[in-house]
Write a protein that binds this ligand. Structure first.
Ligand code: 5GP
Ligand code: ZN
Length: 114
């Protein structure tokens, strides 16, 4: 999508610090980290939010969790643990309308809601 910030990151039009990339998935550091480790994992394909997920995209979401596991292993925080968050829509506090998974870690995380 032309005006989408994360699509621009995928195309390299907006710079990012990449931590993982394959054909379908890109992961990069969040510009405003909420924890010592704060990585965003996105689908290269523009999907607006979790609410816009089509049946055909479900396997891709499975792959994202695989990539998250791999990133945690390679960056050495798999053992200590981490949190994965997806904000969806208005009530979920989603600001960038391109499906993304936050990986947070590097400290004992507070503000546990569930
Ligand atoms: P949301 O609130 O939509 O779940 O999360 C959007 C995230 O994108 C926020 O954590 C925000 O800091 C991050 N973000 C916004 N603009 C940029 C950017 O230009 N580059 C990077 N790396 N992260 C961004
Ligand atoms: Zn997009």
């Amino acid at each position: 999508m032309e005006d989408c910030l994360f699509c621009k990151i995928v195309k390299g039009e907006v710079p990012s610090t990449k931590v993982y990339e394959d054909e379908e998935i890109l992961a990069f550091k969040d510009i405003n980290p909420a924890a010592p480790i704060h990585i965003l994992v996105i689908t290269k394909k523009h999907i607006e939010s979790l609410a816009h997920l089509e049946k055909e995209d479900e396997a891709l979401v499975g792959k994202i969790y695989g990539a998250i596991n791999q990133i945690a292993e390679e960056h050495g925080f798999k053992e200590k643990g981490y949190r994965v968050i997806v904000n969806c829509g208005k009530d979920g506090g989603q600001e960038v309308m391109h499906l993304h998974f936050h990986i947070l870690g590097g400290k004992k995380l507070g503000e546990k809601i569930v």
